[in-house]
Design a protein. Structure first.
Length: 687
């Protein structure tokens, strides 16, 4: 097809303009779906939309039905090939987008446009199966406005109404419906699982149930939010802000995993939490996780209450759920930052925390043996040995970096050797992993703990933010008479990271780097403002649940509200809105010119008197026919009244009389004519 010249938006024919506008709205609606659509579906949709636009500009005929059937079958086959099914969320969304794109090639009549409108509104809903963020909500609000504008244009078949006028009508319509939507959002009972939005089972980045040397540094370059915290009192100091996640004690020489005890449960270490001081209450808004472990402030007591989830404690002081949290949750907890935990006396199960894989890191094991052979460490306890290892980290020439490079490339069995004795560059997981290996080589039980450490220094909208970049790994060793003791080798080489929460800054993008170079405060201010808005969206909209509904009813004066009170209040409010709408419609009708209603009633009355009328006849025409039909004095008076009404209908406003006065005169004359018809003989009436 040859190139079609662009005549300018204002010079387009009505049909071409409306079609192009609808295609643009469809493209905007589909655009956010491209990140989780198969590549072929995005290419097919773009090709079909561009093809349909060219056909509209060239006034060319649409393709035949068999072409559409062939493309549809190909789309169905590709959908099955991509998802191995035609059922489910992913294949359903893929097929819906393909169907809507193909339907534009059948856009011949208004009913075809209505099908596209229906599919468009359906696709808007499917976006929230993937994301319920504020940006997605704003983008879909614009899509709704565009589809409503196209719908208004479809109901204006005559003339060439402007897009601005149709968009204004669509906007007013949406604004009139906004109070009803807000009322339904506030009061419609949240009944699970009907109200819940299905998740795709894939949380974003976050903590993992395993750790390799380099995995945490990758996570630490992600600046997205992991959770938001609001404290009842003062927040904990940075060096006490450890949020405990998965505890990893099984080591195969390369990867740390959670431990499966090799001893009977009665012989394995228990948490045995011992706390001192006052509890620190706090509220958590936790973003979706891909693991079952909940990162809580050490040491949190009492199981958090999360709707639809069982939260259980583990012997390693973790809190875990029966299944991963794939949606955002909010709950309350309390923690004791001054605590001890674990057994105080030796037990057989501690042997699991001393085991090392044979044949791995021989030079590090030899380094530990040399340390133990020194006279002052020959009989030293676990605390003394740990302090010696940490002192070596402080003075051994180690550096803390986000880009330490890969370890164990040439010799996978010597990754810790290469870090501990050769290159000495690493992130928190390198230091924690090497520390635990050395402590185990010294015959001291030790393990790796992962989670988050620190949070943003200043709260945003009253909430302290813990980011994925606060991801951290530290160590614990067991000491007789004390239990498990936290040891963070990162604090020895980079004390600002722990004591002040100073994070390493990952490489900046072009735009963010330019903004930071011009004004770091501007970039931080923009990010803080956006996070405040996003937090309010999360708290007031996404986290609005049954508890908030009942709290709203309490504020409205209900003593012990339940779902029945919600239903009564909702029904009452909707009834009041319906009455208000009816009153407004009646008032609007009264403000309309009285002549259409007056002439309708006159035509009905004249028809009952025997004078047939047509809707298009003016009052003057009816006056002429009245003189012919009633050649008497009441008939002449009726004709003069109709002529006077015609003059007032099309005359100057100053000469007009109230419609009610004309109606009373008409009713009086109609009664006279009706009485005259009764006195007249039947033969005369027939003539």
């Amino acid at each position: 097809m040859r190139a079609v010249p662009w005549p300018g938006w204002r010079h387009l024919p009505r049909e071409a303009r409306d079609t192009l506008f609808l295609l643009a709205v469809i493209g905007w609606t589909v655009l956010p779906h491209l990140s989780h659509l198969p590549l072929w579906c995005g290419l097919l949709t773009a090709t079909v939309l561009v093809w349909r636009a060219r056909l509209a500009l060239a006034h060319a005929p649409l393709p035949g039905r068999w072409v559409l059937v062939g493309v549809l079958l190909a789309a169905a086959g590709l959908t099955f090939w991509s998802h191995r099914s035609l059922l489910g969320k992913e294949p359903g969304v893929t097929m819906a987008i393909a169907l809507m794109a193909l339907k534009t090639l059948e856009l011949r009549a208004r009913r075809d446009a209505f099908v596209i409108f229906f599919l468009g509104f359906f696709l808007i809903l499917t976006h929230f199966l993937y994301s319920q963020s504020l940006l997605v909500g704003l983008a879909m609000l614009l899509s709704v406005w565009g589809l409503l504008t196209a719908l208004v244009l479809a109901h204006m078949p005559a003339g060439h109404p402007g897009l601005r006028k149709a968009a204004a009508v669509a906007g007013r319509t949406a604004l009139w419906g906004a109070p009803v939507m807000a009322l339904l959002f506030l009061l419609f009972p949240r009944v699970g699982p009907l109200w819940g939005v299905p998740q795709d089972g894939r949380a974003g980045t976050g903590l993992s149930n395993s750790m390799t040397m380099g995995s945490v540094s990758e996570l630490a370059q992600d600046d997205s939010i992991a959770m938001r915290l609001r404290f009842t009192g003062a927040p904990p100091a940075p060096q006490a802000s450890y949020f405990r996640g998965p505890v990893l004690a099984a080591f195969d020489g390369r990867e740390w995993r959670q431990l499966a005890p090799t001893f009977p449960r009665a012989l394995t270490p228990r948490a045995e939490l011992r706390v001192r001081g006052a509890a620190l209450p706090y509220e958590v808004t936790l973003e979706p996780l891909r693991i079952a472990s909940i990162p809580l402030l050490e040491a949190s007591v009492d199981a958090p209450v999360i709707a639809g989830r069982r939260v259980l404690p583990r012997d390693d002081l973790q809190w875990v759920t029966d299944q991963p949290l794939l949606d955002r949750v909010r709950f309350e907890a309390q923690a004791y930052t001054d605590f001890r935990h674990g057994p105080t006396e030796p037990m057989v199960g501690l042997q699991d925390y001393v085991d090392l894989p044979p044949g791995h890191n021989p030079r590090t094991l030899e380094w530990a043996a040399q340390l133990r052979r020194q006279p002052r460490f020959a009989e030293a306890d676990a605390h003394t040995l740990a302090q010696a290892v940490l002192a070596h980290v402080r003075t051994g020439g180690y550096s803390y970096t986000l880009a330490p490079g890969l370890y164990g490339v040439n010799d996978e069995r010597g990754a810790v050797d290469e870090f501990w004795l050769d290159r000495k560059q690493g992130f928190c997981e390198h230091f924690a992993s090497a520390f635990v290996v050395v402590m185990r080589a010294l015959d001291v039980p030790a393990r790796v703990v992962t989670g988050y450490q620190g949070m943003d220094a200043a709260p945003a909208d009253g909430y302290y933010i813990v980011r994925q970049s606060h991801a951290h790994a530290w160590a614990e060793y067991w000491q007789a008479g004390v239990g498990w003791v936290r040891a963070d080798p990162t604090a020895s080489v980079a004390p600002d990271r722990i004591n002040r929460g100073a994070q390493l800054t990952p490489p900046q993008g072009f735009v963010s780097g330019a903004l930071r170079n011009v004004s770091p405060q501007l970039l931080n201010g923009l990010r803080s403002s956006w996070e405040q808005v996003n937090n309010r969206w999360n708290q007031w909209v996404l986290s609005y649940a049954r508890g908030q509904q009942l709290e709203l009813l309490k504020q409205l004066g209900f003593d012990a509200p339940d779902w029945r009170d919600l239903a009564v209040l909702l029904a009452s409010s909707l009834s009041l809105l319906a009455l208000a709408g009816a009153a407004w419609a009646w008032r609007d009708r009264q403000r309309m010119p009285p002549w259409p209603r007056l002439m309708k009633r006159w035509r009905q009355a004249l028809a009952q008197l025997g004078l047939a009328t047509a809707p298009h006849e003016a009052p003057r025409t009816l006056a002429m026919r009245a003189r012919q039909h009633w050649p008497n004095e009441p008939g002449e008076a009726m004709a003069q009244l109709l002529e006077r009404a015609d003059n007032q209908r099309y005359g100057q406003p100053a000469l007009q009389r109230p419609a009610r006065t004309l109606m009373r005169e008409f009713q009086a004359l109609a009664r006279q004519l009706h009485a005259g018809n009764k006195r007249q003989p039947p033969q005369t009436r027939r003539r």
